[in-house]
Design a protein around this ligand. Structure first.
Ligand code: DGI
Ligand code: FE
Ligand code: FE
Length: 193
């Protein structure tokens, strides 16, 4: 936990107040989900703490970092550079926060769109980001919060479903990864019935 405190001090300098509060909410929600799904609590907290570390990096700087460090940028990411805070965040966690754990770095990398066949930590972070206590805008939050502690995969599926609907309504460009991930989790449910 000493390590977490050190990271918190550094991170606080790079995030605005609201984003830092969100980050702490995600960190403790990750801890709770780790308890429920028998995952390493400290690792889950570190992923939660650092997941949005690139959130306040300006878009042109994110694109510049990607170019410089050979991080692949898709067409949708180029048009919606905020999506890159996940990939760039994983890079910053590794290079600036010295995180070596591959599971933590991967969870940060996929936290916005998800990806098919996510590992436990990927799903814990993906869900915690959506349900943490400060969140109040998304629809179906009470249902998804309950679901998160009963069936993690179903919560992932529901979040992707609601996110795709939300993006359709506000005509937001959909990253193909978000769609592919939703199809994957929807089909897994069909297979299980
Ligand atoms: O960084 P946070 O706000 O804490 O959370 P996040 O990294 O999960 O980003 C959430 C936003 O990302 C939310 O407004 C929905 C949006 N999003 C998720 N998938 C896609 C997407 N936006 C676009 N344009 N395309 C996607 O596929
Ligand atoms: Fe994020
Ligand atoms: Fe977040």
């Amino acid at each position: 936990m000493k390590e977490l405190e050190k990271y918190q001090k550094k991170l606080q300098r790079h995030l605005d107040k609201g984003r830092y509060e969100h980050t702490l909410g995600v960190m403790y929600t990750c801890a709770s989900l780790a308890m429920a799904y028998h995952y390493d609590i400290e690792k889950a907290m570190l992923a939660g703490l650092l997941h949005d570390c690139a959130k306040n990096v300006p878009n042109d700087k994110k694109l510049e970092l990607c170019k410089k460090h050979h991080i692949e940028v898709t067409q949708v990411e180029r048009e919606n550079p905020f999506l890159l805070h996940a990939k760039v965040g994983a890079w910053i966690a590794k290079k600036k926060y010295d995180v070596k754990d591959a599971e933590i770095l991967h969870a940060i990398q996929v936290h916005t769109t998800g990806e098919p066949a996510m590992g436990t930590l990927d799903m814990i972070l993906f869900v915690a980001d959506y349900i943490e206590p400060h969140r109040d805008k998304a629809s179906n939050l009470p249902q998804i919060r309950e679901m998160a502690f009963q069936n993690l995969e179903r919560a992932v599926e529901k979040i992707l479903y609601d996110t795709l609907h939300y993006l359709n309504e506000k005509s937001g460009r959909i990253d193909p990864t978000t769609e592919i991930t939703y199809e994957y989790y929807k089909n897994r449910k069909d297979l299980m019935v």
